[in-house]
Design a protein around this ligand. Structure first.
Ligand SMILES: N[C@@H](CCC(=O)N[C@@H](CS)C(=O)NCC(=O)O)C(=O)O
Length: 173
């Protein structure tokens, strides 16, 4: 039986309640709060029609190229061992080969752009941070990122932001 918290029909987290308003799916939640508080702090959504489109483009790259590979890697190398379940090393090795190609695209993009959507930190960078955080904690994957100079520079910069440091402190890292 699926246990629904905050109306999440798949029984997963995160899900939020903001007053009477309920929402699930982490990326939709992040966009909701970024829009709701767009007049405060960093503008995460993009400043023009074109900039917003580029933010959306790299956010979609995260979902459709990056996360589809990284999510099962993290499940197998981080989550399953914690649950005492066996991980599928064959699958992880296949995914790592595919991920090398995707990381090259990122490194190339970040060679001429400070952040994924251009000169400013946006939602496109932010949505990568949870999975990137896991990857950097896995020796082999950490090496794959560190080998890419521009991606590594980008990761150092976005994790130096006060909000990430605060989150890490709260998580006890
Ligand atoms: N696409 C969803 C994925 C959510 C997800 O994978 N949630 C995991 C934790 S990170 C979960 O709740 N797993 C528990 C379960 O499936 O029973 C999102 O981004 O919100």
């Amino acid at each position: 039986m699926v246990v629904q918290l905050y109306g999440q029909p798949f029984g997963q987290v995160p899900a939020i309640e903001d007053g009477d308003f309920k929402l699930f799916e982490s990326r939709a939640i992040a966009r909701y709060y970024a829009t709701k508080y767009s007049d405060q702090g960093t503008d995460l959504l993009g400043k023009s029609l074109e900039h917003r489109a580029i933010v959306d483009q790299w956010s979609d790259v995260e979902t459709h190229y990056f996360n589809v590979l990284v999510h099962p890697i993290v499940i197998n190398l981080v989550i399953k061992p914690r649950l005492g379940e066996e991980c599928d090393i064959g699958l992880v090795e296949e995914l790592k080969v595919k991920l090398e190609v995707v990381l090259d695209v990122y490194d190339n993009r970040l060679a001429s752009n400070r952040f994924l959507a251009g000169d400013e930190f946006t939602m496109a960078d932010l949505t990568h941070m949870p999975a990137m955080g896991y990857l950097m904690g896995i020796t082999d994957l950490n090496r794959m990122i560190k080998a890419r100079e521009n991606m590594n520079r980008w990761w150092e910069e976005i994790t130096a932001r006060p909000a990430w440091k605060k989150l890490m402190e709260m998580a006890g890292h």
